[in-house]
Design a protein around this ligand. Structure first.
Ligand code: ADP
Ligand code: VHF
Length: 376
C-alpha cells in the first residue's frame, strides 16, 4: 500500500484512536496548551466529519511534574504514581475546557492491564466505550497509573492504544509523538534515513526516548505492527507540528510514517486471545495438534500434561510435545479438573468430575492458532 492509498483509506476511516505522547503534551515542565489547542481543533474538525474519536493521552506524570516543579522524571514507581495522581485531573480539566470551546463533551477512562486481560472486564470496558461514542462523547483514556503495580503495567501508552484499537474495533490508530516518524537510526544523526512505509521486516536503531516518554520509538513500532496485523491503519506523526492531524488528512505533502496493513487478518476476539498473558499450559499429543490445525476443538483425550494453576475462563497456552506454541485459548475447565480428565474420552467427564461444562476443553471459536497466525 502506498502513501496515497493509505491516506485515502484513512480519510474513509469511521472510528479512530488518537494517541498523544507525554513529550507532545509537555513543554519544559508544564502542559503545552498551544499544542493541545491545535490538536483539539483538528479533532473537533474530524468529529464534524462524523468520525468517532477516542483519545489515549499520556501526560499525567508530566503534568504532575509541572505542578510540583519536578524537572527530571523520577525512576521510583511510587513517586511516578503520586505525580500521576496529581497531574491526571489537571490534564483532564485542560482537555475538558478546550473541547467545550467546540461544544464537545469529554469523559475520562482510567484502565489497567487487568481490565484488558480479563475477558469479562474487556467486554465491560468495550460496552462503556461504545455507549460513550453512541452519546457522542469523546473518551480520554490513560493507564490507571496510581493503582497499577509494576508487573501489571502497560507502562507506555503505545501498547495501551493498540489494545484500545482492538477493544473498540476502531479502523485506525494515529500516534502523535515528538518525531515525524521512524528513522533508520538516531534522528539527530545526519546519516539517519526516514522510513515512510513500515512492515515487520523493518530495521532500525532505537536511540532511546525523550526525557518524558516511557516507551520510545520501539513501543510505537510494536503497537503499529500489531495494528497492521489486524488489517487496521496505523501511523506516527509529529504532534508538535501545528495542525498535524489536519495536515495528515488533508495535505498530500505532509511527512509521516505508516504501517502497511495486512490483508489476511484475525477477528478481535482471537486477537485478544493472542495478546493475553497465559495463565497456564496444556501439552497436547500429535493427534490433537492435527485436529486443531484442521479447525477442531481441543478435547480432553488429546491432553498429556497440565502446568500452572489456572481457572475456568482463563487463557492458556496449548503446546505440542516439542514445546512449540500451537495455539492459545480460553479454557472451559480449571487446571485441577483438566488434570483429572486428561487423556480421557469426553463421555467420561461426568463420571470423573460429577458434572460437565462442555465436551471440549477449549472450543475452536475460543482459540487462536499461533503457528498459523505467525505465518500470515
Ligand atoms: N530510530 C528512531 N526513529 C525515530 N525516533 C527515534 C528513534 N530512536 C529514538 N527515537 C526517539 O523516540 C522519541 C519518541 O519516543 P517517546 O519519547 O517515548 O515519545 P512519546 O512521549 O511521544 O511517546 C523521539 O524523541 C525520538 O528522538
Ligand atoms: N500513563 C503515563 C504515560 C506513560 C508514558 O509516558 O507514555 P508515552 O509518553 O506515551 O511513552 C502518564 O500519563 O504520564
Amino acid at each position: 500500500m502506498d502513501k496515497r492509498e493509505f491516506r485515502e483509506r484513512l480519510n474513509q476511516a469511521r472510528r479512530i484512536v488518537i494517541k498523544i505522547g507525554s513529550g507532545v503534551i509537555s513543554n519544559n515542565g508544564s502542559v503545552d496548551k498551544n499544542t493541545l489547542k491545535s490538536i483539539v481543533e483538528d479533532i473537533a474538525n474530524l468529529k464534524n466529519r462524523k468520525k468517532q474519536i477516542l483519545i489515549v493521552s499520556s501526560g499525567a506524570v508530566a503534568s504532575g511534574m509541572g505542578i510540583m516543579g519536578v524537572k527530571k522524571r523520577p525512576d521510583n514507581i511510587v513517586n511516578l504514581q503520586a505525580l500521576a495522581s496529581l497531574g491526571q485531573p489537571e490534564l483532564i480539566n485542560i482537555y475538558k475546557e478546550l473541547f467545550e470551546g467546540f461544544g464537545i463533551k469529554t469523559s475520562q477512562i482510567l484502565i489497567t492491564v487487568d481490565d484488558i486481560q480479563n475477558r469479562r472486564r474487556f467486554i465491560n470496558a468495550k460496552n462503556t466505550l461504545l455507549t460513550l461514542l453512541k452519546w457522542d462523547i469523546l473518551p480520554i483514556i490513560n493507564e490507571n497509573d496510581t493503582v497499577v503495580i509494576k508487573e501489571l503495567r502497560f507502562g507506555d501508552n503505545d501498547n495501551l492504544s493498540y489494545h484500545i484499537l482492538n477493544l473498540i474495533e476502531a479502523d485506525a490508530l494515529v500516534i502523535l509523538s515528538t518525531i515525524d516518524g521512524l528513522y533508520t537510526k538516531n534522528p539527530q544523526d545526519s546519516k539517519a534515513q526516514f522510513i515512510e512505509a513500515i512492515d515487520e521486516t523493518v530495521n532500525f536503531e532505537d536511540n532511546g526516548k525523550s526525557l518524558l516518554g516511557s516507551g520510545g520509538i520501539k513501543t510505537k513500532i510494536e503497537a503499529g505492527l500489531n495494528a497492521a496485523k489486524l488489517g487496521k491503519l496505523a501511523c506516527i506523526i509529529n504532534g508538535k507540528t501545528p495542525n498535524a492531524i489536519k495536515q495528515l488528512f488533508n495535505d498530500s505533502e505532509f511527512r509521516f510514517s505508516y504501517f502497511i496493513p495486512k490483508t489476511h487478518t484475525i477477528n478481535s476476539k482471537k486477537s485478544w486471545i493472542i495478546n493475553c498473558m497465559p495463565a497456564g499450559v496444556v501439552v497436547i499429543d500429535e493427534g490433537a495438534e492435527k485436529n486443531i490445525l484442521n479447525n477442531k476443538s481441543l478435547l480432553p483425550s488429546g491432553i498429556k500434561k497440565v502446568y500452572g494453576g489456572f481457572g475456568r475462563g482463563d487463557v492458556i497456552n496449548i503446546e505440542n510435545e516439542e514445546g512449540d506454541l500451537v495455539a492459545k485459548g480460553i479454557t472451559n475447565y480449571d487446571s485441577s479438573e483438566i488434570e483429572r480428565i486428561k487423556q480421557q474420552h469426553s463421555n467420561e467427564i461426568v463420571n470423573i468430575l460429577g458434572y460437565k461444562y462442555s465436551n471440549d476443553v477449549v472450543h475452536i471459536d475460543n482459540m487462536a492458532l499461533t503457528k498459523y497466525h505467525s505465518e500470515e
